[in-house]
Design a protein around this ligand. Structure first.
Ligand SMILES: [Zn+2]
Length: 423
């Protein structure tokens, strides 16, 4: 049967109070001033959070496995052993000045779905899984999204064994010491993955929506731009006799921003770092370098925007008498999520009458890695003023509950529901 289109089976609702109370209890671990959380991966705080999650999962009757990257999988058995697991989750680690919701909400929402089904006595054909991916934030150990990258085969055992913190401690040694490293390199099989996450941006709140159905994670290109003019005396060199690399760079920055705006709402063009070869108030800058961070959910538009940004820099440089070199440093293609998973989430939002829209994710998420090997999609919950990676991060109990209800609908639809066992 399909869920939720059935008169005989009214829509279940998750327990909003329990979900919220779990957020607050988790936030006590690594609590910092101003409602924040600090749980860097594989620290004692992260370990304590994992222990609490494991206890909750055990209490809910789930079977816990930890894999070779420390990813936690808590499994609720299905009725059909041949069916692959429908999993959901996110991460419990945080930024140094992180909030109570980034990642945490996705793990606790998955657990809440399972507990709601337990309460209602509902079984599914496929097993359900609650996942905590290791080291999403990549603060102490780089790269970020470490656990899901290893899980999806994007980094191998060798690369994982070389991951170490700035203080020299190897990730695997730390994980093992704390009891969070499984044996071997076998992966716990996932058939489908759906991740709930706070939006970390302002769009849903601005548009008064409860739920965002995430169709893709945008792609990213970094361009290294080097602008070379000539050092000169600020007092003796007339304005029309200069090859001012800093002035050229400033004009490039303004023109790059214009290009991003022309490309539409989904485009992002940013320069967050600019360095000059000289640093004196009376020297005309002869050399400047900066990095352009370009993002878009559509691969072709991203490529076109990259080319436009490169030619803008060359043209502006030429007009300013400077030489310009543009090199692509990083290119991460956009990830399109699975249509069936997207539809399952959207059906849930429609059935419940929630105001929603399709949206692309501006940030990277574990789901983008999992999408490389299994059908995957995400659901976004609004967060106040779009603030994240900040102690002031906030999502309301009502919005978290709405998102978790939609997550439950999607998981039931993907896992196959058996109503006859309902008590
Ligand atoms: Zn996150």
């Amino acid at each position: 049967m399909t869920y939720p289109a059935n008169d005989a089976f009214p829509l279940l609702a998750i327990n909003q109070d329990r979900l919220w109370a779990r957020h607050m209890e988790m936030a006590r671990i690594g609590a910092i001033e101003g409602d924040g959380s600090c749980r860097l991966a594989m620290t004692s705080e992260d370990s304590e959070a994992r222990t609490l999650l494991a206890k909750w999962c055990r209490d809910a009757g789930l079977e816990m496995t930890v894999d070779g990257a420390g990813n936690m999988f808590a499994v609720r058995a299905g009725r059909d052993p041949a069916r692959a697991m429908v999993a959901s989750g996110s991460h419990l680690d945080t930024q140094p000045h992180g909030g109570r919701f980034d990642g945490v909400s996705g793990v606790l929402a998955a657990l809440e779905v399972v507990e709601t089904l337990n309460d209602a006595g509902i079984e599914t054909d496929a097993p359900l899984g609650v996942v905590n991916w290791t080291n999403e934030e990549g603060v102490r150990y780089g790269p970020g999204l470490l656990g899901s990258a290893w899980y999806a085969g994007l980094i191998d055992d060798d690369a994982l064994s070389r991951v170490r913190a700035a203080d020299g401690i190897f990730f695997e040694d730390e994980a093992k010491k704390r009891g969070w490293l499984g044996e071997g390199s076998d992966k716990v099989p996932i058939g489908t993955f759906v991740e709930l996450h706070i939006e970390q941006g302002p769009i849903l709140e601005r548009e008064g929506l409860q739920v965002g159905i995430v169709t893709s994670v945008q792609g990213l290109v970094w361009l290294d731009v080097k602008v070379t003019g000539m050092d000169a005396h600020a007092g003796t060199t007339p304005l029309d006799h200069r090859q001012d690399a800093l002035l050229a760079a400033a004009r490039m920055l303004a023109a790059l921003n214009d290009a991003g705006r022309r490309c539409g709402e989904a485009a992002r063009v940013s320069v967050g770092r600019l360095t000059t070869a000289t640093d004196g108030p009376s020297t005309i800058v002869g050399h400047a370098e900066f990095v352009v961070d370009i993002r878009h959910p559509d691969a072709r538009t991203l490529a076109a925007l990259r080319d436009e940004c490169a030619s803008i820099c060359r043209a502006v440089g030429e007009g300013a008498g400077c030489e310009v070199a543009v090199d692509e440093r990083i290119s991460v293609p956009p990830t399109d999520f699975d249509q069936r998973c997207i539809a399952a989430l959207e059906n849930g939002a429609v059935a419940r009458g929630y105001d929603h829209r399709r949206i692309s994710s501006g940030a990277l998420h574990d789901a983008a890695n999992v999408a490389k090997i299994a059908p995957t999609a995400m659901i976004f919950v609004p967060c106040k003023d779009g603030i994240s990676h900040n102690v002031r991060e906030y999502a309301s109990p009502e919005d978290l509950a709405a998102g978790t209800n939609v997550l439950m609908d999607a998981m039931l639809s993907l896992a196959g529901l058996r109503t006859q066992s309902r008590s």
